[in-house]
Write a new protein. Sequence first.
Length: 187
Amino acid sequence: MTDREEKIVDAAMRVIIRYGMKRTTMNDIAEEAGISRQTLYTVFSGKEEVLQATIRLMADRALDAIAAGSAGAETLGDKFDIAVDHLAIRPYRMLSATPDAGDIIIGFNAAARDEIAVAYERHRVAFERLLQPYGDRIAAAGLTLRALSDFIQNAVTGMKHEAKSEKHLLELLQTLKIMVLKLVEDP
């Protein structure tokens, strides 16, 4: 993504959070980005394309932060905490602070289903990489790395959307972490 595209996408994120998907217009995005509507349309053909780029940039940033944080983390538990912070806790906080959070989730699903699927797979792979050193233990439990990482990604996504509060989300994530750590611990 070019610097110009990133500037526009950052502006789009701010506007979408402020107004929700339905009420956000290309004019709103252009104004927030400090560019003309015509310039916006030369970079992105429409709101759906901006939305897809927004999802892609959010995934890129989360995965970059996970990679950077995990490089300095020593334990699987610490790496797991870093991953769920960027893939569940921070998005939950962002949506919780948004008056039209439901609209954003619905808008994302309706307008950018394919991009969300790509981000989901990239997140699953991030969990698979965290678990890679424990592949033998996971296999001994009758699981594959892919199946376990898919389960974790599904669980984290569900928790992020269904938690009753941030406290509830943290409790759910802690339970999942304990289960994963128990699975890969030495017998």
